[in-house]
Design a protein around this ligand. Structure first.
Ligand code: PLP
Length: 428
């Protein structure tokens, strides 16, 4: 495939946009080469500026669960746009999508809409701090909750540590309130709680991790977090920005029958427009302004185009109750196919899959946390990525990303992908 036009466009972009992109992973730094510029997309396919067609396994990093340019979403946005694109005043539409979301997700009474997953997680933590009157939070290494300061933290030195900033611009003062734990390691969490008695406001977790590849929780991990939180007056925040409305109608809370105290959403809930949300029981949500003392606001929050897209998306997922099963079956089929051809070609690998999330790690050991995810062979991943791209299959340009399966993918697409992987893995 030829990427002449994409290369030219990237060179132009680099002059006026830092690194040529508006979000770093798009720049192909982890795999080398120049990013592909998209012209359009429909269903399971991307069409780039050079006229190539690619089977898309990123799907805007998750939102396009029903495929690109899904008609009911597109129609809803067009219809709303003609009636005005932003008011900064209440609309009936906001109540409609809120009511539908509350009816689909277990254990929430009220939901507030924001503009991104980052904003949702940032606001959820503020709410938890205000509600508990405590300052510290626990997050897990390798979990991503957006780019707000409290989350850009890495492990400091020492055993029971304070976090240290992992980006310039994050102050040491902010970092000291974020404690870092090991994913899937309850004992580690218990130790942190013990060392910070009555100081921890919240534990925030991706209940199925998707930002260090796909890592499902080991048996008992989420249950254990729930117990530790309840016993210590800590709020449990499920960051379901990736998993919400994807792994089940009601997300991971429904899938594993575990209640969180605050749930964060993004990605699918906006149907491809910029939307995030956070939700909880009334007692907690009523702590937010204007009812309560915790401030949170947004000029474009609840924007009519975004709400129309999100509502059309949720309605589709609410109506077609077979969808999550169908997605799971397609993903398992893909996983089994990948496993077959990689084994046949003597490649060392581990596949993690749950529902419509799947990732291939080039390492033989089980991948259960950030440390084990980081052991993957990145040189093999680079060959894998560029090999697949040459075959017209687009996966995320980083070994730490999950693939998102959409309902628009046909079994022919999946077979084509498995054959492409067979071909590419012969060249490792
Ligand atoms: C994508 C993501 C976010 C951040 O959402 P943005 O809309 O990119 O700000 C937060 N948490 C998780 C789990 C995510 O996958």
């Amino acid at each position: 495939m030829i990427y002449k036009r994409s290369s030219e466009l990237f060179a132009e972009a680099e002059k006026v946009i830092p690194g040529g992109v508006n979000s770093p992973v798009r720049a192909f730094k982890a795999v080398g080469g120049t990013p592909i510029f998209v012209k359009s997309a429909k269903g399971a396919y991307l069409y780039d500026e050079d006229g190539n067609r690619l089977i898309d396994y990123i799907n805007s990093w998750g939102p396009m669960i029903l495929g690109h340019a899904y008609e009911p979403v597109v129609e809803a946005v067009i219809a709303k746009a003609k009636l005005g694109t932003s008011f900064g005043m209440p609309t009936e539409l906001e109540t409609q999508i809120a009511a539908l979301a509350v009816s689909m997700v277990p254990n929430i009474d009220k939901i507030r809409f924001v503009n991104s997953g980052t904003e949702a997680c940032m606001s959820a933590v503020r709410l938890a701090r205000g509600f508990t009157k405590r300052d510290k939070i626990i997050k897990f290494a390798g979990c991503y909750h957006g780019h707000s300061d409290s989350f850009l933290i890495q492990a400091g030195s020492g055993a029971v540590t304070f976090g240290t900033p992992n980006s310039p611009g994050v102050t040491a003062g902010t970092a000291k309130d974020t404690l870092l734990a090991k994913y899937n390691d309850l004992e580690n969490v218990a130790t942190l709680i013990e060392a910070n008695k009555n100081e921890i406001a919240a534990i925030i977790v991706e209940p199925v991790a998707g930002n260090m590849g796909c890592i499902p929780p080991v048996k008992g991990f989420l249950e254990g977090l729930r117990e530790l939180c309840t016993a210590n007056g800590i709020l449990l925040i499920f960051d379901e920005v990736m998993t919400g409305f994807r792994l089940a109608r009601g997300g991971v809370q429904e899938l594993f029958n575990i209640n969180a105290d605050i749930v964060c959403f993004g990605k699918v809930i906006g149907g491809g427009l910029p939307v995030g949300a956070f939700a909880a029981r009334a007692e907690i949500m009523n702590y937010l302004a204007p009812l309560g003392p915790v401030y949170q606001a947004g000029t474009l929050s609840g924007n009519p185009l975004a709400m129309a897209a999100g509502l059309a998306m949720l309605q589709a997922l609410d109506t077609d109750r077979a969808i999550f099963k169908r997605l799971e079956e397609k993903t398992a089929y893909l996983g089994a196919g990948i496993e077959r051809v990689l084994k046949a070609n003597n490649v060392v690998f581990t596949i993690n899959q749950i529902g419509s999330m799947i990732s291939v790690h080039f390492d033989a050991n089980p991948v259960t946390d950030f440390q084990s995810a980081a052991k993957g062979d990145n040189e093999t991943f680079k060959k894998f990525f560029h090999g697949l791209l040459a075959e017209g299959v687009y996966i995320a340009p980083s070994a730490y990303e999950t693939w998102f399966i959409t309902d628009a993918l046909t079994y022919e697409d999946l077979d084509f992908t498995i054959q492409a992987i067979d071909k590419v893995s012969k060249t490792f």
